[in-house]
Ligand binder design. Structure first.
Ligand code: ASP
Length: 304
């Protein structure tokens, strides 16, 4: 069976000076996931390993280095789905977990529930043996400075203007293993200066992520409120099955997203046979991928 992996590191107008860090971060994540797949790891193993690498890199809006909310606090969301069983796990608004993708995996594997939030999710983390961290350790100086500047602004900008100008470096991964099983995972600090308690598409099954061995698997990034309204990950997976092409499905889903709602974002996906697809309506989509017919990971910022 053909193995494949694709990761994303956000979709927005990534400034030139940040291109190298986005490319190297995505490449490192895809390489780590690919090596696990080659050693017989499962798709869920590969997705977790790839996402953890990006959560640990401060350049991305996930784990340490995430955006602060309007209160000046980091609140993290993550989700994971297994395409073989349709088991899913997600957490939102956690403040003391450095690698929420691993907590989402514990929810997937050990909880009768799919989605845990806030303090209850952190209590579950403690019971599952996931370490809790000091919330301050998730904040990097760059984000504190951005937050200080925004707080000093007299007039808040409208959300669309914010999404165009603010970093949106959510991370995610989709993988297919040698047994033909698909998995997907996403992790984010959410949008910059979000209302406390705000949750976007990233951890929401069907919106930010979806995996079904019978259809395909997809992970989204971009303006979460728009992605939720168009159920973009499931829409992409359905189109993989309908069109028989991951590439066409990604492009059709993003065309619908853009034309129906002026959507700003991107999607990565893999078909059950291991075809890779990606598309975006933003200037850039940081991503990296490898499949059986390739000799090395390719990292890029555009779908062209
Ligand atoms: N989709 C994320 C959110 O709305 C942001 C991103 O993808 O960067 O929380």
């Amino acid at each position: 069976m053909a193995a494949a992996i694709i990761v994303h590191g956000g979709a927005w107008d990534i400034p030139t000076e940040l291109h190298a860090d986005h490319l190297s971060g995505c490449r490192a994540a895809a390489e780590a996931g690919w090596e696990l797949l080659m050693r017989g790891g499962t798709a869920t193993d590969a997705v977790e390993a790839a996402v953890r690498i990006m959560e640990d890199l401060p350049v991305f809006d996930a784990g340490r280095g995430s955006h602060l909310n309007a209160d000046g606090v980091v609140e993290l969301d993550a989700g994971m789905m297994d395409g073989k069983t349709l088991m899913a796990g997600a957490v939102a608004s956690v403040k003391r977990v450095a690698n929420p993708i691993s907590l989402a995996r514990h929810v997937l594997q050990e909880s009768p529930h799919v989605f845990l939030v806030g303090e209850g999710a952190e209590r579950f983390a403690q019971a599952a043996g996931v370490p809790l961290c000091d919330p301050e350790s998730l904040i990097v100086p760059r984000e504190r400075e951005l937050w200080n500047r925004r707080r000093a602004e007299a007039e808040p900008q409208p959300p669309a203007a914010l999404f165009h100008s603010e970093p949106a470096d959510t991370v995610g991964a989709v993988a297919l293993d040698a047994d033909g099983n698909l998995a997907v995972g996403n992790s984010t600090g959410g949008t910059f200066y979000k209302h406390p308690g705000r949750v976007g598409d990233t951890p929401i099954i069907g919106c930010g992520l979806y995996a079904d061995n019978a259809l395909g698997a997809a992970a989204c990034t971009g303006w979460g409120e728009q992605i939720m309204k168009t159920v973009l990950a499931k829409t992409t997976a359905d189109h993989i099955a309908l069109l028989g092409s991951a590439r066409d499905a990604a492009h059709v889903a993003i065309a619908y997203f853009e034309h129906r709602i002026g959507g700003l974002g991107g999607v990565i996906c893999i078909s059950p046979s291991g075809q890779i697809g990606f598309a975006h309506s933003t200037p850039y989509l940081a991503h990296a991928y490898r499949s059986d017919d390739m000799t090395e990971v390719v990292a890029s910022l555009t779908a062209d």
